[in-house]
Design a protein around this ligand. Structure first.
Ligand SMILES: *[C@@H]1O[C@H](CO)[C@@H](O)[C@H](O)[C@H]1NC(C)=O
Ligand SMILES: *[C@@H]1O[C@H](CO)[C@@H](O)[C@H](O)[C@H]1NC(C)=O
Ligand SMILES: *[C@@H]1O[C@H](CO)[C@@H](O)[C@H](O)[C@H]1NC(C)=O
Length: 672
């Protein structure tokens, strides 16, 4: 203000020096609001200066104004001072106040000079104006309360009360105006409540500058406050725990789960990288996480049997190093990829054939590494075998015999045990147990025939084999090894062993000596077949021995008694007619059959044709009537022959005496 007045005074001095007259300053003082219409009468100079307005023209009254513009004129007819053109205070004085235009009112005849000061009064014709329509400000979300943002003030070309009087900040939660700052060059906006970019990243404020006019004018500026991110948010997972499951046969590359963390920060502060923390070496080869999108996938061969679940900690890290964590539990579902495993825990490789049904043969364990239904194993054995499988405690089975065995029929069994699990489709496995049935001496030797009949020719040389017997014993080795022997007995008081012997191993029977059919014709002997078991089993068979005849005996004449010294004579009556039986040769043969079938023949006779002999009866009959002429003494040489091959024969002599009187026969005396 002081400066301004000084400047004014300076002007004055200029004026004073340029004029010859020193006149009292500002004889007249007027005021006019700026922007007043032209022709507006500010005042009447004639009246105010008590001049005769009729003489104005004469006195060449005029206004003198330094400068091009005039602003005011004087009406020479009335003396009115009126506005001649627009007066803009702001153009004239800017911020100088008061704004005074200085005129000189000059009159001549006589010269008269009056200073006229025209104060241009400010009219509130300018609103406050901010340098820019909008302002963009940045503030860190981490800024502490009390932080200030400086804004350039609004300018109002008007002055005094018409200039900016107050600032008003639009209603908001975070910022207020600093009251103290209103007189400075800047308007300070103070942070009242702390910011959170993530809640609101931009705040739009309207700062109004209000002048003191009536009505007041207002200028506004829009302030866009951009909240700059501070890494004040750690990545946050949508869940603290993620569960996923997949089957153990999942192919490499299978995506398991995608976990996502969010970070409300911006830019690098919000860029998340995912890691799996603390992975064991094993797990490292199975899973990986995509660093960028949090997708966990399979990179190795999963095996439910090795591990059925994995638990891992996943870390999300933002570009500013803030981390968030979550837990991921991956369950590995079982797939029926393991066949049951059968193991034999104990087994009798050999069982005796007299094993009682129900005897335990083997203990079997069946395991399936899978779980649930996939590990539920059922067992069966090949059908139609004398074995059964019985469940024992948990996953153990006992193989027992289910009926009697007979080694002689089946001496080994291949028992196939099939284990089937409950998977879909099921998996199988099987094992085969070979079970040997060992021998028990349960079979006695059995002869091939119920009785043996043998025929031995008499006179056979001793030592000849006459027969062989054979018995079978199906038992094993010594239990089936048969030894033969004769049962001691006697034949006609003689031990049978002196007739026959038997080869103990082969069953071949030998004659110990030759037999005489004529002594005895048959006998029986018992042969025992005994096995070598312990105790042994035996059976016996009867061997019937028949001695067959040989023609070893010549016919024997019983009648006529063969007596070398006396010859028997048979009396034949003279009147004997043809065909009469006169005598009979009686012979026997110790042999039998053909060998004893005798035939008689007359070899020589005194009178051939008189007698004949019956071929088999030995009866001697007349062939014709005896006549007187016939010789009294008749001799017949008769041969008796058996039918053997070759036949044996004997001869005898039959003496016949044809006579009716014994005394006629001299030799008869000798007979008596
Ligand atoms: C059992 O198997 C073995 C070996 O394969 C074989 O030699 C034997 O003859 C089989 N036994 C039966 C009764 O099939
Ligand atoms: C013969 O049978 C007995 C039981 O009667 C048995 O102990 C033995 O082992 C068997 N011998 C053979 C060679 O099988
Ligand atoms: C012969 O067998 C019968 C019947 O098996 C038996 O009764 C008898 O004692 C046996 N005799 C001998 C000598 O073994």
């Amino acid at each position: 203000m002081a400066k301004t007045s000084e400047l004014c005074l300076g002007k004055w001095r200029l004026w004073i020096t340029s004029l010859l007259f020193c006149v009292t300053a500002a004889d007249l003082r007027y005021s006019v609001p700026e922007e007043t219409k032209t022709k507006f009468v500010i005042g009447n100079l004639s009246k105010d200066l008590k001049l005769d307005y009729n003489r104005l023209r004469f006195r060449k009254a005029r206004l003198d104004y330094q400068g091009d513009r005039r602003y005011c004129e004087i009406d020479l007819d009335s003396g009115n001072l009126f506005v001649s053109e627009r007066i803009d205070r702001e153009v004239l004085c800017g911020t100088t106040s008061p704004c005074i235009l200085h005129f000189e009112f000059i009159l001549e005849n006589p010269l008269e000079l009056h200073n006229i000061a025209l104060e241009v009064q400010d009219v509130n014709d300018n609103p406050p104006v901010f340098p820019k329509g909008s302002i963009k400000l940045e503030i860190s979300e981490g800024a502490t309360t009390g932080s200030k943002l400086q804004l350039t003030r609004a300018r109002d070309l008007d002055v005094g009360m018409n200039s900016v009087q107050t600032y008003i900040l639009s209603q908001n939660k975070h910022f207020v105006l600093d009251a103290k700052s209103s007189k400075d060059r800047y308007v300070d906006i103070v942070l009242k409540n702390s910011l959170d970019r993530e809640t609101r990243g931009e705040h739009s404020l309207v700062l109004s500058a209000v002048d003191g006019g009536n009505p007041p004018n207002t200028g506004t500026v829009v302030i866009e406050v951009v909240v700059i991110d501070v890494n004040d948010n750690a990545p946050l997972f949508s869940q603290p725990l993620y569960n996923a499951r997949l089957s153990e046969n999942s192919a490499l590359g299978t995506s398991i789960i995608k976990i996502t963390a969010t970070d409300e920060d911006e830019g690098a502060n919000g860029e998340i990288t995912y890691y799996i923390n603390h992975l064991s070496d094993n797990t490292k080869q199975l899973f990986k996480i995509d660093e960028n999108d949090g997708e966990i996938s399979v990179i190795g061969q999963l095996d439910h049997e090795k591990a059925s679940s994995y638990e891992m900690e996943v870390q999300a890290e933002d570009g500013g190093g803030q981390t968030g964590h979550c837990k991921v539990v991956i369950e590995i579902d079982d797939v029926n990829d393991n066949a049951p495993v059968i193991s034999v825990k104990s087994q009798k490789n050999q069982i005796p054939e007299n094993t009682t049904p129900g005897t335990e043969i083997a203990v079997i364990n069946v395991k399936d590494l899978d779980s649930g239904e996939n590990s539920r194993v059922s067992c069966s054995i090949s059908p139609n075998l004398p074995f059964q499988l019985q469940p024992y405690i948990k996953s153990y089975f006992i193989l027992t015999t289910s009926s009697w065995l007979d080694r002689e029929q089946i001496d080994n069994y291949n028992v196939t045990i099939i284990a089937t699990d409950g998977g879909i489709p099921p998996l199988f496995s099987n094992i085969s147990l070979n079970i040997q049935v060992s021998d028990i001496n349960d079979n006695s030797p059995r002869f091939e025939l119920q009785t043996y009949v043998i025929y031995i020719n008499e006179n056979k040389q001793s030592g000849t084999s006459v027969c062989s017997v054979s018995a079978n014993d199906p038992d094993w080795r010594q239990n089936g090894t048969v030894l033969y022997s004769l049962v001691p007995s006697e034949v006609n008081g003689v031990p049978v062993s002196s007739f026959l012997s038997i080869n103990g191993d082969t069953g071949v029977i030998h004659a110990v000596r030759s037999f005489d059919y004529e002594q005895f014709r048959n006998f029986s002997v018992k042969v025992v077949a005994r096995d070598n078991g312990s105790p042994p089993l035996s059976s016996n068979v009867t061997v019937k021995v028949f001695i067959t005849d040989e023609n070893d005996n010549s016919p024997q004449i019983l009648y006529p008694v063969p007596d070398g010294k006396s010859v028997m004579t048979e009396m034949v009556p003279k009147a004997t007619l043809s065909g009469s039986l006169v005598s009979k040769v009686i012979a026997v043969d110790a042999d039998s059959g053909q060998n004893a079938w005798l035939s008689y023949q007359i070899l020589k006779s005194t009178d051939p044709g008189l007698f004949s002999i019956g071929l088999h009866s030995g009866e001697i009959k007349t062939q014709r009537d005896i006549s007187e002429s016939d010789n009294m003494k008749q001799n017949l040489v008769i041969s008796v022959k058996d039918n053997g091959q070759p036949s044996l024969s004997t001869t005898c002599v039959v003496n016949l005496l044809i006579s009716d009187n014994l005394s006629e026969v001299p030799e008869l005396k000798d007979m008596s």
